[in-house]
Ligand binder design. Structure first.
Ligand code: AMP
Ligand code: MG
Length: 498
């Protein structure tokens, strides 16, 4: 591992890139992390770099793009004034409790932006750590580009998510079922605190340490509740609320996370861990894409109950600090788990109404919405295209719009819409801002990844990422990306941990 040599430091290169690292996580109990440096790679090279995120983070694009910047994001050089760590955590994976940790991710530091945000800059695929458990600590180019693309698409969809600053190739092959080109993704997150981080301290630490972790998290993510009485219950409530809103947003764009283990649920309320995720094309409530999810534990329509299950595991971890008496703690936690459904439903309904062109003050019966969803299921309607068609009044892409059943629902819908006082234009505007014209459709994702990975042609990838930055724009260049996938009998499958 090379530290910066004297030449590199001339003119303070670090400040030229604009890193402003802190290391607040290391105030926590030492069993929660290990100082770990990335393992240098043979021959790093740029794959993609996210210029708009570089700017948002107040980093200098020219300096980051330099060989020096590349060396840092490849793990070949460690920026001055930072000590990289790998974090420990636990998690329920498919229901089973396991001791885990960053097995292939290394936190370079917590970057402080001009706005005062504290952002984790993490290298994913940067080599072995004390938590690698026999894994190689590496990542393949295809999955890292996939995470880059989908996380940026989620951001474009206005769904809280970790982001992707860059992908660099390592010049090394990694061995999976076949040899694959290695890569490192720079993941950007408001933190990497997980449900599993709390489970870890509950299991291996003391109650004081649990309180210390909660205080740290409150300071970092929920400073407004610092001084409320019984702040730990308020803390749990905040987490529940953010998760409820997050899952409602996923469901409303047809996003299936695919591996909602408790280590993959971020306390910040950001979507994290883009392994086997995918978007539904046809509306199928039981959709599952992940090859290892044999029993559909993380199916599309299970995301809400699974989130509650995960939060129940978090509540168990937090019980000792939620109240003085155990029964009060249990009672408080249970009430808040019930509150999840209420929050989810409120968020879901408000957004679904907007998708259908109804303003806040308009009452819409749930049955009316369910009627549409039932028809969509019956006719295997394309989820995104159905709402796009309703938005644009353009029913050209799907045959089921010609059915009497759709027409009947459509007439009722029109009547309800015209009972509103808002103009047709305002209704369309509302619908356009809640119904994406495009999503990262699976077949397109595969196409652009193939081009990039197999042929080194990044143009289709970059163009797709560009249009996904604003999926609500309804621009001409988005039209081709809104096309339906070709008919196929092959169910789409995704893989994790690759
Ligand atoms: P994930 O399915 O990506 O959430 O990963 C689950 C756990 O396996 C995490 O603790 C990862 O750090 C670890 N892991 C995944 N891939 C590797 C790898 N190639 N080498 C070491 N650890 C890994
Ligand atoms: Mg994970």
């Amino acid at each position: 591992m090379h530290k910066l040599n004297a030449d590199d430091q001339k003119g303070d290169i670090m400040d030229k890139i604009g890193w402003n690292f802190s290391d607040s996580f290391t105030v926590l109990p030492e069993y929660l992390f290990s100082y770990t440096e990335p393992t240098a790679v043979d021959n790093p090279s740029w794959a993609v770099i996210n210029e708009s995120l570089v700017n948002e983070l107040n980093l200098n694009i020219n300096h980051l793009r330099s060989d020096h910047g590349l060396a840092i994001l490849a793990g070949n050089k460690i920026p001055e004034r930072t000590s990289p760590i790998a974090q420990a955590y636990a998690g329920h994976q498919f229901g089973y409790f396991t001791k885990l940790g960053d097995g292939r991710a290394i936190l370079l530091g917590e970057h402080l932006t001009d706005k005062g945000d504290q952002i984790d800059i993490q290298l994913k695929g940067a080599g072995k750590t004390p938590y690698s458990r026999g894994g190689d600590g590496r990542a393949a180019l295809g999955p890292m580009l996939r995470e880059y693309l989908i996380s940026e698409a989620m951001h474009g969809l206005r769904i809280p998510t970790t982001r992707s600053l860059a992908v660099v190739t390592t010049g090394e092959q990694i061995i999976r079922e076949e040899a694959l080109p290695g890569a490192i993704l720079t993941r950007v997150a408001s933190s990497h605190l997980r449900v599993g981080t709390f489970q870890y301290v509950k299991q291996f630490g003391s109650i004081d340490e649990l309180r210390q972790l909660a205080d740290y998290t409150i300071e970092r993510h929920f400073p407004h509740i610092k001084d409320v009485s019984n702040c730990y219950l308020a803390f749990f409530k905040e987490i529940v609320e953010r998760q409820a809103k997050l899952i409602a947003k996923w469901d409303l764009v047809g996003f299936v996370h695919g591996v909602m283990n408790t280590d993959n649920m971020a306390i910040s309320g950001e979507t994290i861990d883009y392994g086997p995720c995918a978007f539904i094309d046809k509306y199928e409530p039981t959709a599952v894409f992940s090859s290892i999810d044999e029993h559909g534990r993380y199916a599309y329509n299970q995301q809400k109950p699974v989130a509650i299950w995960n939060l129940a595991r978090l509540a168990e971890a937090l019980l000792p600090i939620l109240a003085e008496k155990k029964e009060d703690a249990v009672h408080g936690a249970e009430a808040l788990l019930g509150y999840f459904s209420e929050m989810y439903q409120k968020e879901w309904l408000a957004r679904m109404k907007a998708k259908l062109g109804f303003f806040e003050e308009t009452e819409v019966e749930l049955q009316f919405i369910e009627d549409l969803l039932n028809l969509m299921e019956k006719y295997q309607a394309d989820y995104t295209d159905t709402f796009r068609a309703l938005t644009l009044d353009d029913y050209g892409r799907q045959e089921w719009f010609k059915t009497d059943e759709f027409n009947e629902w459509f007439q009722k819908w029109q009547a309800k819409l015209s009972a509103q006082s808002q103009s047709v234009e305002r209704i369309r505007e509302l619908m356009m801002s809640y119904n994406p014209a495009i999503i990262p459709r699976n077949f397109r994702v595969e196409q652009v990844l193939d081009k990039a990975v197999e042929e080194g042609d990044y143009q289709p990838f970059n163009q797709f990422v560009a249009v996904l930055q604003n999926p609500y724009a309804y621009t001409d260049e988005q039209v081709t990306y809104a096309e339906l996938p070709p008919e196929t009998d092959q169910p789409y499958q995704t893989f994790c941990g690759t």
